[in-house]
Design a protein around this ligand. Structure first.
Ligand SMILES: Nc1ncnc2c1ncn2[C@@H]1O[C@H](COP(=O)(O)OP(=O)(O)OP(=O)(O)O)[C@@H](O)[C@H]1O
Length: 189
């Protein structure tokens, strides 16, 4: 397949994925891209519910979610579109999404961002002050599972324990170096 490999960023909520991603987007302008999200019934990229369900059933979607009757998701096709533009497509998915992508032919680089400990994660979630107590508890529960499963052999190319932010960012850049260089060379030529 043409174009740079996509990147899967996974890991518990509050572990620092958005923080690291923001740094990447700032330092490497015009290198990364995001796949469009399609949805029903109220969505900018509107899909007919039956047609979308058919695509979900045949495995065309990497991730879907339904919230208050709104169905939305990311299709493999949308990821390929970003790749065809010569950009590294960023996918922020949970571990179930990672397993699903493994069954596809997307061939991304799999990166897991983990907290140094559950206690530190709790501090970060509380420090962000964006969640209710109930939400914090459910995120911590999901995090415990994620922290265990991320070490499963062959699941991730790299597991970055995000303790020192600069060190984590260095590690992230180094695992993406080859793909970043491909895009930058493409921009120059
Ligand atoms: N290495 C770090 N050391 C200390 N604090 C950090 C570090 N990385 C991120 N943080 C802080 O932790 C909080 C959570 O980070 P962030 O919002 O990036 O997490 P996330 O993984 O993107 O979460 P979500 O999946 O819920 O969007 C933020 O307040 C951020 O500033």
């Amino acid at each position: 397949m043409e174009g740079p490999r996509p990147v899967v960023l996974s890991g518990p909520s509050g572990t620092g994925k958005s923080t690291l991603l923001k740094k990447l987007l700032k330092d490497y302008k015009g290198v990364f891209g995001f796949s469009l999200v399609e949805g029903y019934p109220k969505h900018y990229h509107f899909r007919n519910r039956e047609a979308m369900q058919e695509d979900i059933d045949t495995g065309e979607f990497i991730e879907t979610d339904e919230f208050s009757g709104n169905l939305y998701g990311t299709s493999k096709c949308a990821v390929q579109d970003v790749r065809a533009k010569g950009l590294i497509c960023i996918l922020d998915v949970d571990i179930a999404g990672v397993r699903h992508i493994k069954e596809s032919d997307l061939d991304p680089i799999y990166v897991s961002i983990q907290p140094p400990s559950i206690e530190v994660l709790e501090e970060r979630l509380r420090g962000r002050a964006t969640e209710t107590e109930e939400k914090i508890q459910s995120r911590l529960e999901a995090a415990r599972i994620d922290m265990e499963e991320c070490n499963e052999p062959g699941l991730f190319d790299i597991v970055i324990v995000n303790d020192d932010l600069d060190e984590s960012y260095e590690k992230l850049q180094s695992v993406l170096k080859e793909e970043i260089m491909k895009v930058q060379q493409g921009i120059k030529s």
